[in-house]
Write a protein that binds this ligand. Structure first.
Ligand SMILES: [Zn+2]
Length: 274
């Protein structure tokens, strides 16, 4: 029997790089420019505009934000996703408010993006299992935490998506990400942060070095969060005969499976002899 594994990204590559930034702070203007310069993809988690009025410390700090009028243009080619309407601590919210927070945020972002907004990140990183049910009921398909999983794994639960690390730690992991493994596997480098944390030229230089060291690699797919979720869903939905002789891809996107270690593409709707 052939050794079949669900173990390649689009194009039959082993690496995937993605970035995720919260709060739509003013520094996103410069950060998006940097990502675009290096053909990198990111997901931006954005609350409703009125969230800022809830936090006195933000006003005191003089925090600045991307103008709502600029969202569509600035984040074009990247993904806009939810961060809940008012940036709440999820574990403190009544059940009814959980639904409203996600729903209002989704409607707001969809009115700007024009596409179904299907993902989120947890403000302050907090969540509960009950909250997850509410967010899924509204249509959320993934949610990022602020945890750390330096193993570059793809086996995460979509609604408890632990990133690889914060951007401040990412550079030291780059060599491990591209290291030749004894047992090759599909790997995900998922870097998160806030653009306001890049608050001096030294840190901008660091970010540029990080982007450069990850960008334009042959064996790498650059994607937003929802592209990753859609691909993993499609990959895991491929149907096989019991003896692994034939595969059928019922989804609308091509997938690459591993057959005896080699990538094999299965087109949308295709039934393929392996
Ligand atoms: Zn936030």
């Amino acid at each position: 029997m052939k050794n079949v594994e669900l173990d390649f990204w689009p194009g039959g590559v082993r690496h995937c790089v993605t970035f995720s930034y919260d709060d739509a702070r003013f520094e996103d203007y410069r950060l998006v420019e940097l990502f675009n310069k290096y053909n990198l993809k990111a997901t931006f988690h954005i609350c409703c505009p009125e969230w800022k009025d809830r936090f006195e410390f933000l006003k005191r700090e003089g925090a600045k934000y991307v103008s709502v009028e600029d969202y569509a243009k600035l984040y074009e080619g990247h993904e806009m996703a939810c961060h809940l309407a008012h940036h709440p601590f999820v574990h403190k919210l009544p059940k009814e408010a959980l639904v409203t927070e996600a729903y209002r945020n989704k409607v707001f972002l969809e009115s700007i993006s024009g596409y179904p907004v299907r993902g989120m990140s947890y403000p302050f990183g907090t969540f509960t299992d009950q909250a997850i049910q509410s967010f899924e009921a509204v249509g959320m398909e993934y949610s990022r935490t602020v945890g750390e999983d330096p193993g570059f794994g793809t086996h995460f639960e979509f609604m408890k998506w632990t990133p690889t690390c914060h951007h401040a730690k990412a550079q030291e992991l780059v060599p491990y990400f591209f290291e030749k493994l004894m047992f090759p596997k599909m790997m995900l480098f998922n870097i998160w942060g806030h653009s306001y944390e890049i608050n001096n030229e030294e840190k901008w230089e660091y970010m540029e070095t990080l982007c450069k060291s990850l960008a334009n690699k042959e064996d790498t797919w650059y994607a937003t969060y929802i592209q990753i979720i859609d691909y993993l869903n499609a990959l895991r939905n491929v149907k096989f005969t019991s003896e692994m002789t034939t595969a059928y891809n019922p989804s609308a996107i091509p997938v690459w499976i591993s057959v005896d270690g080699e990538p094999v593409e299965i087109a949308p709707g295709e039934t393929k002899r392996l």
